[in-house]
Design a protein. Sequence first.
Length: 107
Amino acid sequence: MKRKQFFKLFLILTIIAVSTLFLNGCLVILPVTPIVEINIANDNWTYEIYVDGSYQGTTNSSGKLTLYNINTGYHHFEAKDTSFLNRYGDKWQTITNGYNIVNINTY
């Protein structure tokens, strides 16, 4: 009787070991980096976007821009109008890993 129990235990441990070896390479860990979506609230003009004083791009005609190269932390976002109206807005916001939305009101 002990021989059957030993065989079952050995078989279970073997299955676990083989499964662990084969499934070990299947685990994929994707790095979670910040994605920042800039939204200019209530405005349909294009704006130049600056993060901590560095130019990052221009919003589309809907006032939106997505940034992928912003580090986590506390940042200063600025929006400067590209037309003759010289509208301006800024916002301080903490950026975390994952998806972040920054809504900037302009004046």
